[in-house]
Ligand binder design. Structure first.
Ligand SMILES: Cc1cc2nc3c(=O)[nH]c(=O)nc-3n(C[C@H](O)[C@H](O)[C@H](O)COP(=O)(O)O)c2cc1C
Length: 446
């Protein structure tokens, strides 16, 4: 029985009947992505036969909240507190001498496209892309390690472009490149739910080691082994690890690539990785993330911690939802226990300061199910008067993933107070009830 990384997750997915197995051959060019998209990335799918390869591939693993809660041994109500606890109380990792990831070690004649079924997703994508790789980079000056999912464009046999959306890390790399220093990196594929979630904690907010957050989240030490060609540690039970360096003063044009919200992103020069070694398990399974909203749920789950923290500083918050429709970053809904007149506006201030990516936020009362889009729409229809309830901020920071501002990363923000007024007029908003409705046994009638 496996305890950590992809094979442990597969065992649990099988146990809970959540895994679909595709037995028909699929082409990694377009076809694999099409199948994943059909299921909204909400259904884990193991592709047993990939055209041109002996390696299996898995996708759609990370788009379903309930699966996440099950794998992290938490519940919807407890999740935010569990994640906060792990971020605040990281735990040590454990370094092993050996692990299954070292079953195969390749240091010569590396050709990543020949070794693994790296998919091409969209018509105008510039190349095939590794989209699920968790990249670890160690800062040679501070010795801190950064882990995050970063997409990798295949430029050639051992040459990948890396897209780093963090301005801080990008500047750091530029500074090192000026000093002619290389950065050592490793790309990890074939991980589990805990490892992905921990990788989505923002370095700039918390500045902690995400491997140690992983150990705290999983309730046992994350087991690591040393890489073969770089001075980095990687999970001992992962499926595939690509090792390499980001050389100084080398870049390649990256993109176009059909991104998170379904649009092609910008085309620009980005740093490259020279792959110096590959480690993989026997019969490795290649991990794929179709670039679409649902796969970013892991990121949204961490953003919910940030949204909750920032709004709860101001008012009494019941729950938060960083919605899938809004790419798990653009839209937030917050339900509050409104105690005074200014609560909703203060919650808007807190929410919009929780992340530069948050663009539209709606504040509702605690009687609203914020995970029911239809119900929230009904509340917007009946509890909002635009002239007094909508706050607009012009020209704040935004994300480069939003084409509505011509990718300048400057964005307007909106906060909507959709709460009921306090006092007597509140009664106007009482919902009509059918006595006995909650306990009705519908099967009795048919
Ligand atoms: C499926 C998926 C793909 C992602 N692709 C990228 C990417 O290409 N580049 C990037 O910088 N961030 C990407 N992210 C987001 C980062 O992994 C995430 O924001 C992380 O927390 C950043 O960590 P940092 O604060 O240490 O930079 C992706 C996240 C997911 C879940």
């Amino acid at each position: 029985m496996e305890r950590q990384m992809l094979r442990a997750s597969l065992e649990r997915l099988n146990e809970t009947n959540k895994l679909k197995e595709c037995k028909v051959e699929v082409d990694p060019k377009y076809e694999m992505g099409a199948v994943l998209k059909y299921y909204n990335n909400e259904t884990p799918i193991l592709f047993n036969k990939v055209k041109g390869y002996n390696t299996k591939a898995i996708g759609g693993m990370f788009g379903d909240r309930e699966i996440f809660y099950d794998m992290l041994q938490t519940s919807h109500e407890e999740r935010i507190y569990k994640f906060m606890d792990a971020i605040a109380n990281p735990k040590p990792t454990k370094l092993l001498n050996d692990g299954p990831i070292k079953e195969n070690i390749v240091k010569r004649n590396i050709d990543v496209s020949k070794m693994f079924p790296i998919p091409t997703f969209h018509e105008k994508d510039s190349s095939s892309f590794i989209t699920a790789g968790i990249v670890i980079i160690r800062d040679p000056e501070t010795d801190k390690r950064y882990t995050a999912v970063r997409r990798l464009q295949v430029n050639g046999k051992d040459n990948l472009s890396i897209l780093i959306a963090s301005p801080k890390l990008t500047n750091q790399i530029k500074e090192l490149q000026k000093k002619n220093k290389e950065l050592e990196v490793a790309v990890i594929l074939g991980y589990d739910y805990t490892f992905l979630l921990a990788s989505q904690v923002s370095s700039s907010l918390y500045g902690v080691d995400k491997y140690e957050i992983d150990s705290a989240l999983r309730g046992e030490a994350l087991e690591l082994v040393k890489c073969e060609t770089v001075d980095l540690e990687v999970p001992a039970h992962a499926e595939i690890v690509l090792e390499g360096t980001i050389p100084a003063n080398q870049s390649e044009i990256e993109g176009p690539f059909g991104e998170l919200m379904g649009y092609y992103g910008g085309v620009a020069e980005h740093p490259i990785i020279r792959v110096s070694g590959v480690m993989h398990r026997n019969d490795p399974i290649f991990q794929v993330s179709f670039p679409c909203r649902e796969e970013h749920l892991s990121n949204g789950l961490i953003r919910e911690v940030e949204l909750f923290t920032e709004t709860n500083k101001m008012v009494d918050v019941k729950d938060v939802n960083v919605t899938i429709g809004g790419g798990c970053r653009f839209h937030g809904i917050v339900s509050i226990n409104k105690l005074s007149k200014g609560d909703a506006k203060s919650a808007i201030i807190g929410a919009l300061s929780s992340s530069k990516d948050l663009k539209h936020v709606v504040i509702v009362d605690e009687d609203v199910d914020i995970f029911n889009g239809r119900e929230v729409e009904g509340i917007l229809a009946t509890r909002v008067q635009a002239s007094k309830d909508i706050v607009t901020i012009k020209g704040g920071l935004g994300t480069g993933l939003d084409p509505s501002h011509n990718l300048e990363s400057i964005s307007d923000k909106i906060g909507i107070d959709a709460t009921k007024p306090l006092g007597e007029s509140k009664e106007r908003f009482d919902k009509a009830k059918i006595p006995g409705y909650e306990n009705i046994d519908i099967s009795k009638y048919f």
